[in-house]
Every structure is written in C-alpha cells, then in structure tokens.
Design a protein around this ligand. Structure first.
Ligand code: TTP
Ligand code: CA
Length: 365
C-alpha cells in the first residue's frame, strides 16, 4: 500500500494569531518583533503578515529597517509573545491529532502526519481528511494553514510550501516526478544554503538533476548517509517515518472567558473542562508534573504567567486546584486590568508508571 504522508504549516503564524486576537488590525501591515531592549527599536522581526511582506518586510530583518519600509503605511508593530503562540500551537497539534493516525510536531507551527491506515492508501480519502483538518483549524482557531500530501515527508513538505498560503496540494504517487523534478534543490527538506551551494558546484541545480546523479559522486562531499538521503529524497523515495514526539516538555490549555473578569474562582470554574482535558491527558500517558502555571491574557492582550513548583511529582491535576486559584489571585492583585483569556500549563514532566500522586504520598504512612 502506498504511504500517505501529510504536512501542515500555519500561514504567517505569529502575526495571524495577533490578527485573530485583534481583528481590527487586519488589512494593515503587521510585524511581530523581538525587542532586545538595548535601545528603543533594537531587535528583529520575527514574522510579518503578507501585507507587510508586500513592502519587503521579512523574518530576521532589524526592526528599524522594517519600520522604514512601512513608513506611512499605517503599520502595526507587535511585541512577540511566545507563551501565547505556544498555547495556540498546542491546541492546533491536538486538533490535528484527532484527524490522523500519527503526528510529529516539526516546529511551533508545523507538523507531519500519517494517514496511511485511516485512508487505506487512498489519496482521495486522504484529501478529504486534509480538508477536514483545514476546516477544523479554521472553525476552532480562526487560522488558515497550508497542507501538502504525498508519499514521503519530503514530498508532503514541498507540497504544503507550494500550496501556501491557505491551499491544499495532493501529489499522487504517480505524479511525484513531474511535481518535484523542476524544483530547485534548495527547496528540498534538509537542504540548507551550504548543501545547495555544494550541489551547485557539482552541476546539480534541480531536483531532477539530483535524482539522476550518481550516488558515488555525492559520497565524497556529503558522506554516505547524507548522500543516500539526498538521492532518495530527490527520487521521492526517502522512507523516514512520521514519529510521535516522545517527550513533550509541557502541556497547556487556554480558553477565552465568557466575559472579562478579575475573579480567580470564576476563572477556575470556566477552566473546568480544560482542566479535565489536561487531567485525562496526563493520566493516559502516566505523566506527572512538578510545575503548574496559571496563564492570563489581559484585556490589553498582554500575557501574564505565575508558576508554582512542587517538591514531589504530581499525578492528579485536581490536587493542585487551590494552588492555581492562589496563582490567579496573585495575578489579579498585581494588575488593574481584567482577564480576557485564562489557561493552565503543567511542565517539568516525568513519566514513570507506579509513581504516587501527591494525595497518595500524603496519605501513605
Ligand atoms: P514560518 O513557518 O517559517 O513562517 P510564517 O508562519 O510566519 O510564514 P509562512 O506563511 O511563510 O509559513 O515560521 C513560523 C513562525 O516561527 C513564525 O510565525 C515566526 C517564527 N519565526 C521566527 O521567530 N524567526 C524566523 O526567522 C522565522 C523564519 C520564523
Ligand atoms: Ca508557517
């Protein structure tokens, strides 16, 4: 049976999350920036929405350069808030997980997935599943993404890149050669600028040229392992499987409150479903945590977190509910603003079956 591999990648991720949170900025050029704090505008652009890209703003560009390009264009310059994007990322990964056989997170806004079993190798049914993924990310998070499907990770990633922004591209196994052949080798997954330059030196510029190259020719500059991978990748034959990420470092859930509040108890009561979700996730993986954090996104959209670390690993989230209420109280005491969204994060994870929960530990003689 042909393998059916997918790749999903969110469009202009950090900037799109900011647009969703504040729709009034849509249509204006948006740059999400990391301010280094050295001087007022020192730092770089993390990402920009497509409107800002039209004016030449790119990831990695100094903030001063981006501001110059956006002068008079009614720009929105936003401070990067990684905790917020991580929380959205976690929710999206869980959403995708519910549609696929296996998922491998490959970055904050991208993942590979395997649909071989559930589609029985049928690309039509895989295309329907991909549409379902796109639609549920749009319904639940109001975010657009690009999805690619093919028989390897390399093909799937190339397909999602090609479909960007907002598209879906299914590369049938029999169309692999015609899809990939003409592309620049630099677009292959795992080929960075250095590898591309070395390949160029060997007269190899397109994927088709790499596919037809003698592997022995590639051995010398790249070593056997990379040479083999490059050749197989160009032929659409690499067999790298989609692997579940074994060791997540944290789990979190964030919700939007029905109305803004400063009341910690109210925040916790609206978090009940999210808390249950986290609790069952920890239980199903036999995972304990040592640190619990309360997350609040305030009415000015700033994100605050407060954490507490315990000496013993905790198995059951419900035993730390009062600690969470305390953390939310400390946050509401430290600001005049109300909570707009709230969340819970558990981290310092450990997995060892048979571990005692805090309650069991306290009750044991
Ligand atoms: P990308 O997927 O590379 O970019 P993107 O999602 O902003 O845009 P595209 O529509 O082209 O996919 O990166 C994902 C996020 O990672 C991005 O939103 C911000 C962050 N990032 C940085 O912080 N610095 C960088 O140099 C790059 C490339 C990305
Ligand atoms: Ca992206």
């Amino acid at each position: 049976m042909a393998r059916v591999i997918g790749h999903v990648d969110l469009d202009y991720f950090y900037a799109q999350v900011e647009e969703v949170e504040n729709p009034s900025i849509k249509g204006r050029p948006v740059a999400v920036c990391v301010f280094s704090g050295r001087s007022e505008d020192s730092g770089v652009v993390s990402t920009a929405n497509y409107k800002a890209r039209e004016f030449g703003v790119r990831s990695g560009m100094p903030i001063t350069a981006a501001k110059k390009r956006l002068e008079g264009k009614d720009p929105v310059i936003i401070r990067m808030d990684i905790a917020k994007y991580e929380a959205v990322s976690d929710r999206i990964m869980e959403l995708v997980r519910s549609h696929v056989d296996v998922i491998e997170k490959a970055g904050i806004d991208e993942a590979f997935f395997d649909l071989t079993n559930s589609s029985q190798g049928d690309y039509k049914s895989a295309a329907e599943a991909a549409k379902g993924i796109k639609q549920s990310i749009l319904d639940e998070e109001h975010l657009t993404c690009s999805v690619g499907i093919g028989r390897t990770k390399v093909i799937a990633k190339l397909a999602s890149d090609t479909a960007k922004p907002g598209g879906l591209l299914v590369v049938l196994p029999e169309s692999t050669g015609s899809f990939m052949g003409g592309l620049d080798v630099a677009r292959l997954y795992g080929v960075g600028p250095k590898t591309a330059t070395t390949l160029g030196g060997l007269g190899i510029k397109t994927v088709a040229e790499l596919a037809q190259a003698d592997v022995a020719l590639l051995d010398k500059p790249f070593g056997k392992k990379l040479a083999f991978y490059l050749h197989a990748a160009a032929n659409g034959d690499d067999d790298d499987p989609v692997r579940e990420n074994q060791n997540p470092t944290q789990f979190s859930r964030i919700i939007t409150l029905k109305s803004d509040t400063t009341d910690p108890e109210e925040a916790m009561s609206q978090l009940a479903e999210a808390e249950e979700d986290l609790r069952s996730k920890l239980a199903s993986r036999e995972t304990s945590f040592r640190t619990v954090s309360a997350i609040a996104i305030l009415t000015d959209l700033s994100t605050k977190t407060r954490s507490k670390t315990f000496e013993m690993p905790i198995k059951d989230l419900s035993t730390v509910r009062s600690a969470l209420v305390d953390l939310f109280s400390q946050m509401s005491d430290s600001t005049d603003r109300e909570f707009r969204r709230v969340g819970i994060r558990v981290s310092d994870l450990s997995t060892s079956p048979g571990q005692k929960s805090l309650a069991e530990f306290l009750e044991s003689p």
